[in-house]
Design a protein around this ligand. Sequence first.
Ligand code: NAD
Length: 343
Amino acid sequence: MSESSTQGGKVSAALVRGDGIGPGVVDSAVAVLAAAGAEIDWLPVPAGEDAFRDTGSALPDRTVQTVRDTGLALKGPMTVPMSGYPSPNGGMRDIVRAYVNVRGVRHYPHRGYARYPGLDVTIVRDVTEDLTRGAQQETDGGEAGIALKVITRAASERLAHFAYEWAISHGSETVHVAHLAPAQRTTDGLFLRSALSVAERYPALRVVEEAIDPVCVHLLQDPSPYRIVLTPNVYGGILCGVVAGLAGTVGVMPGGNFGPDGAVFEAGHGSAPRYAGTDTANPVGLILSGAMLLDHVGQRDVGERVRQGVFDTIAEGVALTRDLGGAATTSEFTARCCALIEK
Ligand code: NAD
């Protein structure tokens, strides 16, 4: 399966429940997708803390093989220990050779979220290079740190293509390219030039370049002109936090990672270990990640039913989780969302 969408029919997908709040929100997503009529054969596989305890690996071979075979996964967040084992989240993305991470937020017509009625922003960011994937070194006995920022034309052009295609397939006429080219000429300058040169092949799109600092200012003032923001890895991660704040909670941000060998879908939040087992987490991010998976495999109408169910549940306002201003549990939100979808 490639990064482009596939067409309809029942598909198999690896299912990783994750750590902390992960199992609760993943179970919620599976229930809501089933209520909407999703045709997915879920293949539950171990990963994360339990898998490490049981097998000595946070990403056991069976899990790697299942993701490789299906090219498709829905995963809960996994805790990344400061030391011990490498991030199984990054490991999952690497199996499909993901090069792009897509995360979006939108406005919901609920009283607590009326601040940004025009909010509908998707961040399309690279996940293969920049500061976090380049060489890092501690020097001077720990008194200095060096991190190498790497940006290439090939990766930037591939990412830009993906962002412009995403914009077209999701009905967006405008893409903003967020960068720091004047200050980081060799890296961000190359990223920007690459994005603009690819844009010449998309005359129907309005591609607007803007430095990252005014992008942040303008998003906070009025996000409505922004639909798709194309940006390198590090700025993209920060912008995801900014737009999650505009949405009122990180709990409503879905995400997908796409590569030539498949796609891995996961919410924009982490495992929030403090809330593990409390049944209080907002499952919307994971449910909407499931809707993105449905779009990807050609079950767009089912994905749309899932999105409508989430929209209706939040708009109705009677089963909202704590971060949405309510007092409902994850299970209560899930039950209400399923009921509205099945009505
Ligand atoms: P986090 O997103 O887990 O939690 C930050 C805060 O956001 C939480 O305390 C909680 O108040 C809120 N929050 C997060 N998800 C929520 C939800 N669904 N509903 C309601 N509130 C929610 O971020 P963190 O504390 O920095 O990270 C915790 C662990 O998760 C770390 O080990 C980190 O490495 C890992 N992590 C994993 C992923 C991933 O799986 N892709 C992403 C980010 C962090």
